[in-house]
Each structure stands twice: as structure tokens, then as C-alpha cells.
Design a protein around this ligand. Structure first.
Ligand code: URA
Length: 225
């Protein structure tokens, strides 16, 4: 049987027995996933390095770095732009109004914040919540790529224009790019709108719902109402 068909059968059977979501690929014997270090350890090492980072001017204004949060073995990872005031205070990404909206989108596909992983293009707050400059994004990109490699999600969803363009190294319009799958280092990437944009323009939220349905399908999550 083809691998895809057997995965679908397995997903259908798991749903039958009441399992909606399998948060991680099974660990190989010895607690390691084949082909890599345990992702938790790796993320901690990246975090420790980042703590003293002086790679760009944003370090001067930060209260704390905002490393990222969630399941280190997540199948789904979100990448936003950069911390705002509240995130800078709490050290966690997407904790304000935009974060609450993101949580609602995640819940639409039957997941919770703890199931996914959330990080940003830059880990320190840009002053006045301005968009990070290309140099700032570049200075931080190595950390983000290492986070993605450590977690090895099946899907990365970029939130907004900044995340799309910096992570994928493109210069595109989000209105054209959203909802179209692309690939980065063997990982499926789906761009959608940033939740802060949707808070300003709620009429576009239906497009985000469609994007999340796509993500749910890609991860073989059960379709919900
Ligand atoms: N917006 C982002 O892009 N990231 C955050 O962490 C918060 C708001």
C-alpha cells in the first residue's frame, strides 16, 4: 500500500477510536527521533545562545528575548513578525489581542497553543512595534532556522507579509501569496494573514479560515463543523 494511503487509513482509525491529534512523530528507540537530537535539548541550546545576543540594535530596547513557545515536537509551527510591548514584558509570543485571535484560529482545527510551536522573525521588540528592518531580520534568521530544524514541523504557517518574505527569501504581496503552499527545506509552508491585520480588517478573516482548513487537511486532522 502507498505510504500516503496507509497514513490516511491510520488517521481514520485513530479518529474512530477518539484520537484527534498526534502531537509528534514517534521517538526512535533510546528517546531519539531518527536522524536528529531530541528537539527539546536542541531548542534549549539555541535559547541559551540567544539570551546574550547582541546581533543587532534591537537588543538595546528589549526587556527580554521572546524565544518561542509551544510543543518542541509540534507538527505545526507558526512564524510571526516580532514581539510587541506585551510580548516583551512576558517573554512569550502572541500574548496580546493578536495572540488571542491566533488561538481562536488554532482552535478551529482542533488544536491548542500547547500543541503547536510559535516563534517570530525577530526575538526582540522593535521600537514602537515597527516592522523589523531587513538587517534585523537577517541577524535573527539563523536562530529561527535552527528552531525550525530542531522542531522539524510538517507545516510552517507564516503570519503576515514580514514572516513570509523574510523566511522564504521572497518579495511578494501577502494578498497574492496567502493560501498557496510552497516548500522550504522539505517543509510545507502556508502563508496567511497576520492576526493583527485581521483585527483591523475582519472582512478578510474568511480567507484565514480557508487557510486553516487547508492546514488541517494537510495534517489529516478531522474536519470540524
Ligand atoms: N505579533 C507578532 O508578529 N508576534 C508577536 O509575538 C506578537 C505580535
Amino acid at each position: 500500500m502507498k505510504r500516503d494511503a496507509s497514513r490516511k487509513l491510520l488517521a481514520a482509525w485513530l479518529r474512530e477510536v477518539g484520537v484527534d491529534y498526534v502531537p509528534a512523530r514517534a521517538a526512535a528507540p533510546g528517546g531519539r527521533r531518527a536522524g536528529g537530537d531530541p528537539p527539546g535539548e536542541e531548542l534549549d541550546a539555541i535559547r541559551r545562545e540567544l539570551e546574550g545576543c547582541r546581533g543587532c540594535g534591537l537588543c538595546k530596547g528589549r526587556s527580554t528575548i521572546v524565544f518561542g513557545t509551544g510543543n518542541p515536537r509540534a507538527r505545526l509551527m507558526f512564524v510571526g513578525e516580532g514581539p510587541g510591548a506585551e510580548e516583551d514584558r512576558q517573554g512569550e509570543p502572541f500574548v496580546g489581542a493578536a495572540g488571542r485571535r491566533l488561538d481562536r484560529w488554532i482552535a478551529r482545527i482542533g488544536l491548542a497553543r500547547a500543541d503547536v510551536y510559535i516563534a517570530n522573525i525577530v526575538k526582540c521588540r522593535p521600537p514602537g512595534n515597527r516592522v523589523p528592518t531587513p538587517d534585523e531580520a537577517k541577524a535573527c534568521m539563523g536562530y529561527l532556522l535552527r528552531q525550525i530544524r530542531a522542531i522539524r514541523p510538517e507545516v510552517v504557517c507564516t503570519l503576515g507579509l514580514t514572516a513570509l518574505n523574510h523566511l522564504c527569501g521572497v518579495d511578494e504581496r501577502i494578498t497574492r501569496a496567502r493560501g498557496r503552499w510552497r516548500e522550504m527545506d522539505g517543509i510545507a509552508v502556508l502563508p496567511t494573514y497576520h492576526p493583527a491585520f485581521i483585527l483591523r480588517d475582519p472582512a478578510r478573516e474568511a480567507e484565514v479560515f480557508e487557510d486553516f482548513r487547508e492546514i488541517g487537511r494537510r495534517l489529516s486532522l478531522p474536519e470540524r463543523g
